[in-house]
Design a protein around this ligand. Structure first.
Ligand SMILES: [Zn+2]
Length: 301
């Protein structure tokens, strides 16, 4: 065989292999589409499923009953592929697709305080502490400084970085005649234990699970105002518009109790730094949701 014949032969073989592979892929896709159709999925659903799911996930879907919400779940903005099984398991509980996605992403498809894991301390000011992420008993933040009585009720302290930004926020609010006051701040594990022992899960976090142990959370109120009466004050309204500019976010918003695990707290602010606070505010997500999607899954926060 001369050199050119050999080259031609090789070319023909490669061509045949490619053609066969393409035929097999098409046949296989047709087979998958047919099986999905038999399960009850519409043409539109099938396009989404085939386009967005891995082969392993499609195989899984083929072994399950038809799920009317599947395509909407896969198409949801904050869909995380690794959570597919849990979205499907949770899907009979609500028709609200965004809720299915959010609840599963933050881990709230489990009971509060179950399937817990230790907070990733490497996240620094971005660390997540909630009913599924805890700080160990011996965790105490560095750089804790006392808060002057000018800005707070008696006996409060927080991380230096938080304090600096709080003062700057306080001053800008004060120029408009508003007076912010801190009435809860850094709390040690032991202090949280005491608070929890005097209360219950409805009113206090379990020790280790309180954001106050991070030294990054401040309860901010106006003089003489109790609980969520705070939301009717000009101070609250100003914080709503401006807190993010100083790195603070409202941590337990109204209507998100099923995601945060906390009743609405108009007074509880968490410092995450200016850049992240702006992004969280813009997203309209709770920090639990934001963290699960952007920090943990996208590794971009
Ligand atoms: Zn608080």
């Amino acid at each position: 065989m001369d050199k050119n014949t050999f080259k031609r032969l090789i070319f023909v073989i490669i061509f045949v292999v490619i053609v066969v592979a393409v035929i097999l892929i098409i046949q296989n896709t047709n087979k998958t589409e047919k099986a999905l159709k038999e399960l009850g999925y519409s043409e539109e659903d099938i396009t989404v499923i085939v386009e967005k799911l891995s082969e392993t996930d499609i195989e899984k879907i083929l072994n399950m009953e038809y799920n009317q919400k599947l395509a909407s779940i896969i198409n949801a903005k904050y869909y995380i592929p690794d959570n597919l099984d849990r979205y499907l398991a949770y899907s009979p509980k609500t028709d609200n697709i965004d809720d299915i996605i959010s609840i599963v992403n933050v881990g709230a498809d489990s009971e509060w305080y179950t399937n817990t894991e230790e907070t990733n301390l490497d996240d620094g000011i971005k660390m997540l502490v909630n009913k599924f992420h805890y700080l160990k008993e011996d965790y105490s933040p560095d750089d804790i400084v006392p808060i002057s009585n000018w800005y707070a009720y008696e006996g409060h302290s927080t991380k230096k970085e938080v304090y600096d930004h709080y003062i700057s926020m306080w001053n800008d609010a004060n120029e408009l005649g508003l007076v912010l006051l801190v009435n809860s701040s850094y709390r040690t594990f032991e202090e949280q234990q005491e608070q929890y022992d005097m209360s219950n899960d409805d009113y206090a976090s379990r020790p280790g699970f309180s954001e106050h142990q991070t030294g990054l959370a401040l309860d901010i109120v106006a003089d003489g105002v109790q609980g969520n009466e705070f939301e009717n004050t000009d101070e609250f309204k100003w914080l709503q518009e401006n807190a993010y500019k100083y790195g603070f976010i409202l941590r337990y918003p109204k209507g998100k109790e099923h995601i945060t695990g906390y009743n609405y707290e108009s007074w509880h602010y968490r410092y995450v730094g200016k850049e992240l606070a702006a992004k969280v505010k813009e997203s309209g997500l709770t920090y639990d949701e934001y963290y699960a999607y952007y920090c943990e899954y996208k590794k971009a926060c």
